[in-house]
Design a binder for this molecule. Structure first.
Ligand code: NAP
Length: 484
């Protein structure tokens, strides 16, 4: 299936149910962020191949939607079985391609297998409604409305590099179970892993054309996909910049956007500081902070700031740094550009008077975990998502000031509140403008049965298995006018 040139594989794209080299005869080299060598090549798919894939998807979708829910569920369960068979291979690919440590990579694949099976179960337990007309003043009891959910058609699923397995399957599985066909565009850095997932789906024997995998740079093929009249819904996870662009390009179709974040950890003066520090360090630095729900700023009450910073420093300096094969918490960032960006934010903060508590050392794209104290609102790091292993601490005088700074951000994904006073926790939770508030815990996407959403520049619409199925289907009302 894969051709090998000089030990480096060239992977075909999966178009209309076939593994093919693109007519473009162009490939994209995928370089490992930590091996610093090319680990494979993927196809740069052309516009006519996109047209063909969308046409095949449309045709396949009609008969797919006619299958019983149970039958569609069996295909998906077979995919989960195949993913399980290929678990080590997919996890290794994930580690090589995006530099996630092996334990986390394996965890992501397992979580995805669970998500696919859960999605089937969730759909099997969802049902429609019926309603009588006489519920409305003057309405007739003889009108019986049957409300069912029907698929939207062809769903475009676009995923980011940082969770190439989970964030792809969390779109593909609900789309398919709801009766849609899928055009899957993985992040370029992450597309070998995407290909391996789809090889598993192919082995599960899905009908030809029901899913095509379009590899290629988003900057080249993205707009063509987004604006394509054959696409009926887009589910996108990625940066706010790309998400905004997509929302301008797409034309009158439903759009779910899960975007960037600047999640604050608000630490009150009565917090359990050991537990808080533990959560903040795990939340901020795991996978080098390349997570949408990483803790990206600490807003701590002056009264406990010295003590918290001392505890954070100790934990940060104990983080393992190095290679993903050794299960290090801190691994090389996805590329040099990302590392330069994070370094720029650190330099700006230090130039403007932030205190360096720990870190600020760099070897190429491997950055030591960096902790900055006394960060102020004039520093870029107070507002910008670094997507790297740096955490700014902003000291505040009151809960009100913490909430004010939390809400001044354009982002609104999640927030954490650390306090032992449940009334205070709920008051803060009510005041912060985010999708989710975690009380005494770090921000987190999941468990996957929870709703997951961002507000403001962090997104639009809701994911989580149940909500994803809803967002990829619509209501259809049939009214039976009974005899009077
Ligand atoms: P990105 O650069 O925005 O890329 C995301 C996806 O969009 C990739 O597949 C990319 O393809 C594609 N793309 C680029 N330009 C496009 C265009 N014009 N039209 C259509 N698609 C296009 O984001 P990333 O660097 O991969 O991921 C990191 C970001 O994602 C962070 O901001 C993070 O917070 C966010 N994120 C959010 C969540 C959440 O659920 N809220 C979860 C994870 C990550 P190429 O790779 O080919 O450019």
């Amino acid at each position: 299936m894969d051709s090998v040139k000089n030990e480096v594989k060239t992977y075909p794209a999966y178009l209309t149910g076939e593994w093919r080299e693109s007519q473009s005869q162009k490939t994209i080299a995928i370089k490992s962020p930590w091996k610093h060598e090319v680990i494979g090549n993927v196809q740069a798919v052309t516009q006519p191949e996109v047209d063909e894939s969308i046409q095949a998807a449309k045709e396949a979708q009609h008969s797919w939607a006619k299958l019983s829910l149970g039958d569609r569920g069996q295909y998906l369960n077979r995919w989960a079985d195949e993913l399980e068979e290929a678990k080590d291979d997919i996890a290794t690919s994930l580690m090589n391609e995006v530099g996630k440590n092996f334990k986390s990579a394996e965890g992501e694949v397992q979580r995805t297998i669970d998500l696919v099976r859960y999605t089937v179960q969730e759909a099997l337990h969802m049902h429609g409604q019926s309603v009588r007309g006489d519920g409305f003043p003057g309405g007739s009891k003889n009108k019986l409305g049957i409300i069912e959910r029907v698929p939207l058609g062809v769903v475009l699923a676009i995923s980011p590099f940082n969770y190439p397995v989970n964030l792809a399957a969390s779109k593909i599985a609900p789309a398919l179970i709801a009766g849609n066909a899928v055009i899957f565009k993985p992040a370029t850095q992450g597309s070998i892993t995407g290909i391996k997932m789809i090889q598993a789906l192919d082995r599960a024997g899905f009908p030809k054309g029901i899913l095509s995998l379009i590899t290629g740079h988003g900057s080249e093929i993205g707009d063509y996909l987004t604006e394509h009249p054959g696409i009926n819904m887009i589910s996108f996870t990625g940066s706010t910049q790309t998400g905004k662009h997509l929302s301008q390009k797409s034309i009158m179709i439903p759009l779910v956007l899960e975007l960037g974040g600047k999640d604050p950890a608000i630490v009150c003066d009565d917090a359990d500081l050991d537990k808080t520090a533990d959560n903040i360090v795990k939340g901020a630095y795991s996978y080098s902070g390349q997570r949408c729900t990483a803790v990206k700023r600490v807003l701590v009450d002056d009264k406990v700031a010295d003590e918290l910073v001392a505890k954070l420093k100790e934990k940060v300096e104990n983080l393992s740094v190095g290679s993903p094969v050794n299960d290090s918490a801190i691994v090389p960032l996805i590329d040099d550009k990302a590392a330069d960006f994070v370094q720029g934010l650190i330099d700006d903060a230090l130039d403007k008077g932030a205190t360096l508590v720990s870190g600020n050392k760099r070897d190429g794209n491997l950055l030591q975990p960096t902790l900055l104290d006394n960060v102020t609102e004039d520093m870029d790091i107070a507002w910008i998502e670094p997507f790297g292993p740096v955490l700014p601490v902003i000291r505040v005088h009151s809960v009100d000031q913490a909430v004010e700074i939390a809400n001044k951000s354009n982002f609104g994904l999640q927030a954490s509140v650390f306090t032992q006073d449940i009334d205070k926790a709920l008051e803060i939770a009510g005041a912060v403008e985010v999708g989710t508030v975690q009380v005494n815990g770090r921000p987190q996407r999941g468990p996957d049965n929870f709703p997951f959403l961002g507000v403001k520049a962090s997104g639009m619409g809701t994911q989580g298995v149940h909500n994803s199925i809803l967002s990829m289907s619509r209501e259809k009302l049939t009214v039976i006018n009974l005899k009077p």
